[in-house]
Each structure stands twice: as C-alpha cells, then as structure tokens.
Design a binder for this molecule. Structure first.
Ligand SMILES: Cc1cc2nc3c(=O)[nH]c(=O)nc-3n(C[C@H](O)[C@H](O)[C@H](O)COP(=O)(O)OP(=O)(O)OC[C@H]3O[C@@H](n4cnc5c(N)ncnc54)[C@H](O)[C@@H]3O)c2cc1C
Length: 303
C-alpha cells in the first residue's frame, strides 16, 4: 500500500473507548479509535486503515502484559481476537502448527494437547494471546515461545506483509526485537510453531496439572501478572516477599498478599496508582537489596 492510498474505515470502529475494559489490570483511559479484529483479515484491514490515516497504532491481545495510562492512547487500538489453530503438516522434524495472533494461549494449549501435539502445554496458565506471547517471549515451567516458534506473518509500519523467522526476532528472556522497538512490526497476524507428536493422555494430564498449580499460586484479583523479570539467582516474587512488601498499597493498587510479583487492582485502581506502586516496589527493593528489578510489563499510552 502506498502512503497516499486511503483504506476504508474498519467495520465496528468506535471512538473514545476506555481501555480498562480490555486490559487484565482493568486500568487505562480511552483510545481515540478502537476496533476489535475477529480474524487475521480484519486485523490486517484495520491496521492498514490506521496506517493510511497516519494514526499511531497499538495492537493488543488480551492486554495482560500492559499498563495503559489513565489518559489513554492517542491513535488506533486494535484488539486482536482472531482465533484459529491449524495443523499445517507433519514430518520427521515435527508438527507445524499455525495460530491466529488473537488465539488465547490456554485454548491453544488445550486444543493441541487434545490432538496429541506437545510443546506448548506450559502456555495453559498464561492469560494472553499467541501474538502477545511472541512480543514478550512468554514462558512458564521451563518452556518459552522462542523454543518452538518457527516464524510469524506480520504487517510492517507501511502496511506491507512480511514473514519473520525466529532468528529475526532477537528473543531474550521475556523480550524480543518487537518489544524493544527494533523490528518493523505493527501487527502480528499469524504465528507458526514446530511442535512434536506426543502422547495424548500425557499432554492432557500435563495441562491439567499445570493449570491447577497456577490456580493455587495466583491471585484472583485483576492484575498484570508477573510485573518484574526474575533477577539473577532468585525470583522477583521471593525477593519482594523477603523484604516484607506483600500487602504494600498505593491507593487501590496493592502488592498481592498471595504472590509478591503480582500488583493487583483491589477495585477501582487507576493506572497512575498501579505505576506508582510498581515504582515504589522497584525503589524499595533497590535501596534495601541493591537489586534493580526490571519490569516485564510494558507501560503504554499517554503518561
Ligand atoms: C495472571 C497472569 C499470569 C501471567 N503469567 C505469565 C507467565 O507465567 N509467563 C509469562 O511470560 N507471562 C505471564 N503473564 C503475562 C502475559 O499474560 C503474557 O506476557 C502474554 O503473553 C501477553 O499476551 P497478551 O495477548 O495479553 O499481550 P498484550 O498485553 O495485549 O500485549 C503485550 C505486547 O504485545 C503487543 N501485541 C499483542 N498482540 C499483538 C499483535 N497481534 N501484533 C503486534 N503486537 C501485539 C502489544 O502491543 C504489547 O506490546 C501473566 C499475566 C497475568 C495477568
């Protein structure tokens, strides 16, 4: 698409939609423009429209790894709920599976386990999407996205379609070239993984076991999940807890009494309160232990 070519506004486009509705922490002010993309094609069309209008673009999956400012986002927010799990082929190297970017990871993990395809069971407790998981190189229980990702189909900042391989994505622990702003990706459309043929009963049992472990350990309140990356030699949760910070509050945001790396919204918290709490924990941990915790979550919008 050339810069002068204007695309049609996407169906379902809305104005001034509060992003607190669409983020797991239930905070975030209005997006100037907001649309839900139910398929890769809708995501592509909406992104191309935003680009042709010169709007800043923010694609969200489940909004489970972002804190959006109370002032919201000046531009177009596209929420990707494009869902689909397809087995593309199988050979001696494994099973190639394609997921639409808005596919919820827990559903993908369960669907694949039912097909006897293993390698993504660890995603069963992560409340994010296949696209968002690539951006943050999500992981749990010893698995992470970069272990099995083959490639992604995406749109670049001019609306052109590109395919980027695992090695183009600069994966590091809970990060990627996309998250660092080093890859020209405005929207991930589809992701492909190379997984393995495994035992159906074992894969299903593993997803059940991981899910029940999650439920035991995690707070039930709205949150952005694990806020800080784990530092060398320990976990962020253990470190924060060891300094007695569980239950610390800023307004209606609180360090979860159940898991110290989760900042929870106890009801009606603002994004500013969540951010202030995160920065207070970071400062306190640094002053008392010398460890500078790095955030795993991203701050988005107009702060
Ligand atoms: C209770 C809880 C538990 C969690 N546990 C874990 C865990 O164990 N391990 C872990 O790694 N994470 C965990 N998380 C964090 C989060 O769920 C993951 O990082 C998840 O992969 C984020 O996916 P998402 O769809 O919610 O991304 P979002 O929060 O919507 O977005 C995250 C980033 O990806 C970008 N993005 C999303 N979709 C697209 C797309 N289609 N195209 C381009 N960019 C896109 C966004 O712009 C943003 O930069 C947890 C979160 C919660 C709330």
């Amino acid at each position: 698409m050339s810069a002068t070519e204007r695309a049609c506004p996407p169906a379902g486009l809305e104005r001034d939609v509060p992003l607190s509705r669409t983020t797991s922490a239930r905070v975030g002010g209005p997006a100037d423009y907001f649309v839900v993309a139910k398929s890769s094609e809708e995501l592509e069309r909406a992104a191309r429209w935003g680009i042709s209008e010169g709007l800043d673009l923010l694609v969200l999956g489940a909004g489970s790894n972002v804190v959006v400012a109370d002032r919201g986002f000046r531009g177009l927010v596209i929420k990707s709920i494009s869902r689909g799990v397809r087995v593309l082929g199988e050979d001696e190297e494994g099973v190639v599976v394609e997921l639409d970017s808005g596919t919820f990871l827990p559903s993908a993990a369960k669907t694949l386990a039912r097909l006897g395809v293993t390698g993504l069971e660890w995603g069963v407790g992560i409340p994010g999407t296949a696209g968002g998981a690539v951006v943050g190189n999500a992981g749990a229980y010893g698995g992470e996205i970069r272990d099995t990702l083959l490639e992604i189909d995406a749109l670049d900042s001019r609306g052109g379609t590109v395919t980027l391989a695992n090695e183009d994505l600069g994966f590091v622990y809970r990060g990627s070239a996309i998250k660092r702003g080093e890859a020209d990706v405005s929207a991930i459309l589809r992701v492909r993984h190379r997984l393995s043929r495994g035992d159906l009963a074992a894969a299903e049992a593993r997803t059940r076991e991981l899910l029940s472990e999650r439920r035991r350990k995690e707070p039930v309140e709205p949150s952005v999940g694990s806020t800080f990356k784990n530092p060398e030699g320990t976990t962020a949760g253990i470190l924060i807890e060891s300094l007695g910070l569980k239950g610390l509050r800023v307004g209606r945001a609180m360090v979860s009494p159940k898991h110290a790396n989760y900042m929870i919204n106890t009801g009606g918290a603002t994004a500013a309160e969540v951010r202030e709490l995160i920065e207070l924990v970071q400062r306190t941990v640094f002053e008392r232990s010398g460890v500078l915790l790095e955030t795993e979550i991203e701050f988005k919008g107009e702060w």
